[in-house]
Design a binder for this molecule. Sequence first.
Ligand SMILES: Nc1nc2c(c(=O)[nH]1)N[C@H]1C(S)=C(S)[C@@H](COP(=O)(O)O)O[C@H]1N2
Ligand SMILES: [Mo]
Length: 450
Amino acid sequence: MATQTERDTREILKAVEGAAGQLPSAERRQFLRKALTAGAGTFAGAAFAGLSIAHAADVPASAGSKYPPGLPPWSRTLGPGVDWQPYGMPVKYQADVIRRQVAWLTQSPQASVNFSPLQHLNGTITPNGLFFCRYHSGCAQINPAEHRLLIHGMVERPLLLTMDDLMRYPAVSRTHFVECAANGAMEWKRAQLDSLQYTHGMLSCAEWTGVMLSTLLDQVGVKKGAKWLLIEGADGAKMARSIPLWKGLDDCILAYSQNGEALRAEQGYPVRAVIPGFEGNMNIKWVRRIKVSDRPWYTREETSEYTELRPDGKALAFDFYEDAKSVITFPCPEVPPQHGKGLYEIRGLAWSGRGKIKAVDVSFDGGANWRPAQLQGPVLTKSLTRFTVPWQWDGGPALLASRALDETGYVQPTIDELRAVRGDRGVYHNNSIQVWQVTAEGKVHNVQLA
Ligand SMILES: Nc1nc2c(c(=O)[nH]1)N[C@H]1C(S)=C(S)[C@@H](COP(=O)(O)O)O[C@H]1N2
Ligand SMILES: [Mo]
């Protein structure tokens, strides 16, 4: 006797067959196209009506099959109870989806970075366990009961806050990306790493919850003449950066929560600064002190590491913004097009430290021709935005590239345009257009066009 699942599946198959399956092929295509566009309401939906995926009727469903309408073993047994995994973990089939470091890049894993696996992520939020990590002196392990936050300097009423105190202030939740200024640093001279994870993985995005820095500055009362904020971390590096006061009064957050749960130790538990759109380094983790001042604090970081040497030999300092940038996440070196020639959905990420993404163009020929991609909403400021565009691959070599435009009108440059201003000894702020070369064999390589 057939089970309910089998009966339901048959019903569904019959309905689909009745509606489309019996029609002559031209009309059937039209029916499917209408159904799809009605659902998606976009040109992308229409384009994909032609996607050649095996029709249900083509799949033989023998009685003993584990595929529907047959029943697999796990549909005939009980699974473990609700208490099997008090904190949920990814399924074992995702064991490859992990952060990775480039072993030769740094001398020690304490002063290093690991990269987020962008090639395996969807949407715009980075799962907490896969958020990229950048440490200068390892990951501080802090008991929140022993943590204090001092706000002092040019203020009327200095404050020494416990975490409990901090959490009593009005809370906000906002989605912002963090990108290390060194993201793409290894690609300044030439295309070096055949990997999306390593070319762009110093980038992640989360919904941060915490207190607006402006709320606390209001509490302490900033004195006249103040212009800068020194923000200092509690890790061994005591990493400190100076932030312009206007930025602190604008949109910075002292965050204690990341995607709904407490910050991970890696991201600065119990509290980090989120400085939307500014280089990752300024997003100080494990924050213990904020000093209000009339001048920037020239730390070693600022005077040596986080400046950029220009072709004229002068150094560029206080270059805070992560400018508009984008990258195609599918296909990419790690995840090539695997089904031969035909229709694919190109997917990617775009972001800008200066505001919202306004448009993304995609090229299939290395930038000779561009076509507008579709942005997936919501498009948030200083956050990641997904884009997609259908691609009819003819099976021959192709050069895929994406180019972001932000709401200020700024257009993502090519690597040569950037080199013209910065030279090729640059390290930071490589926001150039990424080109993926697709070969006729279906491999994808990181290339730079001459
Ligand atoms: N206290 C402290 N804050 C820090 C760092 C650090 O080493 N110590 N690294 C900075 C750098 S260089 C970057 S790119 C970001 C990375 O944030 P993430 O590790 O949460 O991705 O944190 C910044 N904040
Ligand atoms: Mo960084």
